[in-house]
Design a protein. Structure first.
Ligand code: AVI
Length: 300
């Protein structure tokens, strides 16, 4: 963490590593974000699920071993598994042991006969997956989480997923579609300030875990729509000239200087498929307003 933070604060523009937004407090704040009136994403994806669950299960076919990336609470997954025709098994991949255990409890209670082989780990790294002989693998990756990775990392992940599932294997992926900044900016800068608290919590974590001395009162959250790159960008902006210390180093910030903490890529189907070069688009589903999409892709 210390190495990554020093690297980020020494680069131009300055950055802080996105993955550290999700400590216990950050995960709790993100859960609150998903219920905010301005944050349409979770609700909209759920409506696509409600309307098209059976179509998704049908597109995936039978005898499928479902692999889920970042399974979290796993509410959608249980419904998907129940809609699938005799799933061969289920592998949730989740970095948080506590979240993994909670989702496994729910699945095992509701579907006691299902073969479940969980992996506690980081799906952005190569992992050893359980053997799934005789069944087709489909990766389930909802929530537009791919949008937080950046183009290079998401391309690399999609390439790895294609290897994991192999020829004929699939990917059911949820993405947030390009839309007006009038909707996007409030979604990432809500009136109640929960997204601001989520972003600022990163500073508390770096103080606690990396020995930094950020004063969170001297920083502000900012959300910006980058039209050219089709992504929302979150920053922490220094409200005055100040110095921050970390691991024996001194970082000077001027008033108004912005440190980039997160990106949320927005997609068209074409831009998604340009990243997912090993896959072909089989089917996709959207909501009434075409705000979000679930796409089913297969390795040809
Ligand atoms: C998890 N991820 C898809 C969220 C997003 O919309 O990019 C994270 C988030 N950051 C601020 N609000 C939500």
């Amino acid at each position: 963490m210390v190495r990554q933070v020093i690297e980020g604060l020494s680069s131009t523009p300055r950055t802080l590593p996105t993955q550290y937004l999700y400590d216990a407090k950050g995960s709790e704040l993100f859960e609150r974000i998903t219920h905010l009136p301005e944050y349409y994403l979770t609700r909209t994806e759920m409506s696509i699920f409600d309307d098209h669950l059976d179509d998704m299960a049908a597109a995936m076919g039978s005898d499928v071993w479902l692999i889920e990336l970042g399974s979290g609470a796993g509410t959608k997954t249980l419904r998907l598994l129940q809609a699938m025709r005799e799933p061969a098994g289920y592998t949730p991949i989740e970095i948080s042991k506590a979240a993994l255990d909670a989702s496994l409890d729910a699945i095992q209670t509701e579907m006691p006969g299902l073969d479940v082989q969980a992996v506690c780990g980081d799906f952005t790294h190569d992992l050893n997956l359980p053997e799934t002989p005789g069944s087709r693998r489909v990766v389930f990756f909802p929530g537009s989480t791919i949008g937080n990775l950046g183009a290079d990392a998401s391309r690399a992940l999609l390439r790895r997923l294609a290897r994991w599932v192999g020829p004929g294997g699939g990917l059911l992926i949820g993405v947030d579609l390009i839309k007006s900044p009038d909707l996007l900016v409030p979604a990432y800068d809500d009136a109640a300030g929960i997204t601001a608290a989520f972003n600022l919590n990163l500073l508390d974590r770096l103080n606690r875990e990396a020995g930094a001395d950020f004063d969170r009162q001297l920083w502000e959250h900012r959300a910006v729509w980058n039209k050219r790159e089709a992504r929302m960008e979150s920053y922490l902006v220094s409200t005055r000239d100040q110095e921050v210390h970390l691991a024996g180093r001194r970082f000077a910030f001027s008033a108004g200087e912005a440190v980039w903490t997160e990106q949320s890529q927005k997609y068209s189907l074409a831009s998604l498929m340009a990243l997912a070069q090993d896959f072909s688009l089989r089917e996709h589903w959207t909501d009434d307003r075409s705000w979000c999409a679930m796409a089913y892709l297969e390795v040809s």
